[in-house]
Design a binder for this molecule. Structure first.
Ligand code: BG6
Length: 484
């Protein structure tokens, strides 16, 4: 099954912070891959802007090194590489002064989609938005793209939203949560709303509980300063896990359109009950055979920042009342595995008697790696006298099911950057969504601070702190294993 590539309209994409880590590691490689896939119109251009006084050839050399590192297979094709680099330009510019702005203005062309990617810290969002307008760079086809973290709490997110709203309308603002760009995350919507099979059962009458796990093996190396202020709650739960929760729990939108989808996600966030303190476990990784502990990494022997969170959430609405959602995420865990498990209730009555045991269906949606779906079904154990039951997996890996040409699906940034150019906001967070997510997370964090809470240590390479198991055990449940 080969997917069709529909070229986008001609664009000028300005990347502020174009020499930075995110631009070099994610944004430019994603644009290059889309270029190779034939998705660019002939006449599209990228203009990187940053403070350094580089000439365009030096910048192209820098991009070439990055592409060789991050997209090695494609960067070996010199024709493609040179064709791409010919469309990459550079301007030295300062967000906080007039320097470079008229040169940038001179490079932008009329009748093109104009997108400005703010690949810089949030303190520059305001100055950049203001100067884009003051320099007359914004046209009706202008879009701006901003990265997470979108604020540190509700108040700072509101301030950022107000700053951007002073210069751009909501329909021009693209707030990135890269989880929404992942193919398998979008697949959550396809599985739920493209099949008749699941939706009738997708409620508290049939679902016992749902587990959302985003386990990582990586630590926080190189991001110590940011992470020490953020912790797992701000870094992962407020955004990525929240988005997964929304997509799993939301009502069917009337259509796959930006506001219809985002309205439904917002309703989920607003229906979340506050988290009870005894329904949340914080952890911090300790030293292990694969490296030092968190406190050593950040150089703060008293750090109380969490690198792990497990919590039980409740959505107070008709569909989900009574069905808990267990969320967990952590760094330096035993395996990299993002998976959503939907655990169904037992059949109401067993016709096979006690000896058949208790069996319940479970649907696992693996987001990464080994993307796919497994449905646990109950069948008769073969060859036994009587009727003994056994659970077996109906297992599907997307790569196998969709054929070899889909082994390497577009990376999240490829989809998202092209959606910016296409002017499709469905996979971007709306301002009110981000604020609602902070409004739910803030009291949890404030509670920890007020109680002087200290995260529980857990071994690097483990499944997290023991208390997370207790959180489940108290409810008569257990976490599904974290498997690579
Ligand atoms: C980022 C977080 O947003 O997402 C990181 O800041 C985290 O801490 C990363 O490691 C996870 O993304 P992915 O795509 O590797 O699952």
């Amino acid at each position: 099954m080969v997917s069709r590539v529909i070229p986008v309209d001609p664009f000028d994409l300005v990347i502020f912070g174009g020499t930075g880590d995110l631009a070099q590691r994610k944004i430019l490689p994603a644009l290059f891959r889309r270029y190779c896939a034939g998705q660019w119109s002939a006449d599209a251009r990228i203009i990187a802007a940053a403070r350094g006084e580089l000439d365009v050839n030096a910048f192209r050399e820098m991009v070439s090194v990055s592409l060789n590192r991050h997209v090695p297979k494609r960067a070996k094709d010199l024709k493609a590489l040179n064709g791409f680099l010919a469309n990459v330009d550079y301007v030295a510019l300062d967000a906080l002064s007039d320097s470079g702005w008229s040169e940038l203005a001179g490079k932008l062309r009329e009748d093109r989609i104009r997108a400005f990617y703010f690949s810089v810290g949030p303190r520059l969002f305001g100055p950049l938005a203001e100067r884009i307008n003051a320099s007359g760079l914004a046209n009706t086809e202008t879009r701006i793209v901003v990265e997470k973290p979108f604020g540190h709490d509700l108040q700072s997110a509101q301030a950022l939203n107000a700053t951007l709203a002073a210069h751009f309308s909501e329909s021009q603002i693209y707030r990135i949560d890269h989880y929404l760009g992942k193919e398998t995350v979008q697949n959550l919507m396809a599985v739920r709303f493209g099949n008749m099979l699941f939706e009738p059962l997708w409620n508290s009458q049939y679902v016992d509980h749902i587990q959302i796990t985003v386990a990582e093996t990586v630590g926080i190396d190189g991001r110590e300063e940011y992470y020490e202020r953020a912790g797992a709650m701000r870094d992962m739960v407020q955004n990525h896990l929240m988005q997964l929760l929304c997509l799993i729990a939301m009502e069917p939108p009337a259509k796959f359109d930006p506001n219809a989808v985002r309205d439904e996600k917002l309703k989920v966030i607003r229906a979340l009950d506050p988290v009870e303190p005894h329904h949340i476990v914080r952890g911090q990784f300790a030293a292990g055979p694969d490296g030092p502990g968190y406190r050593e990494v950040v150089g703060n022997p008293r750090s109380t920042t969490e690198s792990y969170v497990a919590l039980r959430a409740h959505i107070s609405n008709w569909r989900w009342a009574g069905t808990p959602f267990y969320l967990r995420t952590g760094k330096r865990l035993v395996a990299r595995s993002s998976v959503i498990n939907v655990l169904f209730k037992d059949a109401p009555h067993s016709i096979f008697g006690e000896e058949a045991g208790r069996h319940a269906n479970a649907l696992s949606i693996r987001l990464q790696p080994n993307e796919g779906i497994t449905l646990k079904v109950t069948i008769k154990e073969p060859g036994q006298g009587g009727m003994r039951l056994v659970d077996v997996p109906l297992d599907m890996s997307f790569a196998e099911a969709l054929g070899p040409e889909n082994q390497d699906p577009p990376d999240a940034y490829e989809r998202l950057v092209m959606d910016v150019i296409r002017g499709n906001q469905t996979l971007f967070m709306r301002g009110d969504e981000v604020e609602a997510a902070w409004a739910w997370t803030d009291p949890v964090i404030a509670g920890w601070q007020a109680r002087g809470d200290v995260p529980k240590p857990y071994d690097s390479g483990s499944t997290g702190p023991g208390d997370a198991e207790l959180l489940m055990k108290r409810d008569g449940r257990r976490w599904q294993g974290i498997k690579p």
